[in-house]
Design a protein around this ligand. Structure first.
Ligand code: ADP
Length: 195
């Protein structure tokens, strides 16, 4: 069982690359953002809490996010070959809890973190374009977008050092055409020794 993380700022192209990866490698895609949007659409208690925070560009509480992750990875059937985590972990405390959970539930650890690096200016342009196509509420206001980028730098970027120290971090240029980025990610995956 493989555990890959696709990492990067909002609008970096994590979702797009995840779609290509699940098709090629038969991985299961776990996007905490998508799972939270499903809760919002259902109108569940979790969804009600998440909605307020997401629309302001803030993070949802660790407890909620970790419960979602636990539900997805513990007691899974063994036909799943691996997972790709998109938008998780997003803080050091989530990463620490994730390491613990993987060890306790599955006696495993993260195999690799693929980090899409993109400049802030390009992120804003991409999210504004996505707003027209997908109509996500948190993409519709510039204030919320800027808040998400600020939160990324403050809370998520420190994960780069966290995974570098563990030898799991792989840098990928995120401002290339989709297919080129995909090729670069695939060569990282294929270059990993069989763990
Ligand atoms: P993006 O990568 O464009 O920010 P996502 O779909 O990954 O989009 O996330 C949308 C929003 O959902 C985030 O801005 C945040 O409010 C919430 N969210 C998603 N994942 C997490 C997480 N791991 N921890 C806390 N909040 C999260």
């Amino acid at each position: 069982m493989k555990y890959f993380i696709i990492f990067g700022p909002p609008g970096a192209g994590k979702g797009t690359q995840s779609t290509l990866l699940i098709e090629k490698y038969g991985l299961r895609h776990i996007s905490t953002g998508e799972l939270l949007r499903e809760e919002i659409a259902k109108g569940s208690d979790v969804g009600k809490i998440a909605k307020e925070l997401i629309n302001k560009g803030q993070f949802v509480d660790d407890k909620i996010v970790l419960d979602i992750i636990k539900d997805q990875i513990c007691n899974r059937d063994s036909t799943v070959r691996g997972f790709i985590f998109d938008g998780f972990p997003r803080t050091i405390s989530q990463a620490e809890a994730f390491d613990k959970l993987l060890l306790e539930c599955n006696k495993r650890s993260v195999n690799a973190v693929m980090s899409l690096e993109v400049e802030d200016k390009l992120i804003v342009d991409r999210i504004r374009k996505r707003a027209e196509i997908e109509g996500r509420k948190d993409d519709s206001s510039i204030e919320t977008i800027l808040n998400r980028i600020k939160t990324y730098h403050a809370k998520t970027e420190p994960l780069i050092a966290y995974y570098k120290e563990k030898g799991k971090y792989h840098h990928i240029k995120g401002d290339l055409p989709v297919d080129d980025i995909f090729k670069n990610i695939c060569s990282i995956i294929e270059g990993l020794k069989n763990e």
